[in-house]
Design a protein around this ligand. Structure first.
Ligand code: PMV
Length: 321
């Protein structure tokens, strides 16, 4: 049986993180410069049910039986078994390789789940449709984030810019024109669930103030949706900076993120903000394509651990697996 591989991209939240957990709209886009690839191949010598897993980026080399039940990889495999009503798996090797940094707000967790769900279901001869892949990846996210909005699994599964409201059908956005994002990693690891639960505590302590902040962020997402689909896209810049100001009030920025945001603006970015859970992880800046390299260099010189130039494009083509 030939090896079967599937990929899933990273993602950036352009607007609305955290507020999206509280029912406000958010916008996210795939970042295809980084990705997870899962490969499944038969192990003709192994006993039935033995699943051997290798994931070099997280120094994992073991059998499925050695993972805890709530391990995200184990949960994704179990998700495929449940969806396909497969009691047993044939002996197989699962290799997971990733260029998406972990705990950095680029959707690595969702991408690992999506790539495994696709590769394993295809290997078993019944590739799962996107809707099921996204729903199963959401179940994995729930075990690890507590209260995920569902935006990560959705954008990573469909690999399209999306406008997302929790619990509602999402909308794929067709950008009026391409725009360039510079994505810079502060190098500070920040697990999503820690930031999300800190925000929840602050919201519980002062619901009125936080509801008002989330309302303001939600309005920015609505305005951004219109600008993305109708242009001019550079008008997103001030909205990003305003979103960053509000996220700072929510309490999820950090000295490192503030510094990178300021650096990008000084270098000529039209707007900049943290992206994802915050308190570390990545920030994004909007720039003219001609300025992107200069801003990327400024961020690198300012100490960013990794800088990616990415573009959100109007021409929609299927994400290549
Ligand atoms: O996975 P991250 O770090 O990009 O954060 C997800 C965005 C949040 O809004 C903070 C959480 C969520 O579930 O939407």
């Amino acid at each position: 049986m030939p090896a079967i591989s599937a990929c899933a991209p990273g993602k950036a939240i352009l607007f609305g993180e955290h507020a999206v957990v509280y029912g406000r709209p958010a916008i996210a886009a795939p970042v295809t410069q980084v990705q997870v690839k899962a490969t499944v191949l038969a192990d003709p010598l192994g006993p039935q049910g033995r699943v051997h897993i290798q994931a070099p980026e997280i120094q994992l080399d073991c059998d499925l039986a050695n993972l805890t039940e709530d391990d995200p990889i184990a949960l994704a495999i179990q998700g495929v078994k449940t969806a396909l009503a497969a009691d047993h798996l044939p002996a197989l090797h699962l290799r997971i390789s990733s260029s998406i940094p972990v705990a950095a707000g680029l959707g690595s967790g969702a991408a690992v789940s999506v790539a495994i769900l696709r590769a394993l279901s295809a290997f078993l001869g019944q590739p799962l449709p996107n809707e099921t892949v996204s729903a199963l990846a959401f179940e994995v996210e729930k075990k690890h984030h507590g209260t995920p909005s569902g935006i990560d699994n959705t954008v990573v599964t469909y690999a399209r810019p999306i406008y997302f409201v929790r619990g509602q059908p999402f909308e794929m956005l067709q950008p009026a024109e391409a725009f360039t994002l510079i994505i810079a990693d502060s190098g500070v690891k920040s697990p999503t669930h820690t930031a999300v639960s800190a925000v929840r505590q602050a919201w519980q302590a002062d619901p009125d103030r936080f509801e008002a902040l989330f309302d303001a962020i939600g309005q920015i997402s609505q305005q951004a949706r219109q600008i993305i689909t109708q242009g001019p896209v550079m008008a997103l810049g001030p909205l990003m900076s305003e979103n960053q100001r509000l996220l700072t009030q929510v309490g999820v920025s950090s000295a490192e993120l503030d510094f990178l945001v300021e650096t990008a603006l000084q270098a000529g970015a039209a707007g900049a903000k943290l992206s994802g859970a915050g308190r570390g992880g990545n920030m994004i800046a909007l720039a003219d394509a001609e300025n992107a390299a200069k801003i990327a260099a400024a961020l690198q010189n300012a100490g960013a651990k990794r800088v990616i130039i990415s573009s959100v494009n109007p021409v929609l083509s299927d994400y290549k697996k």
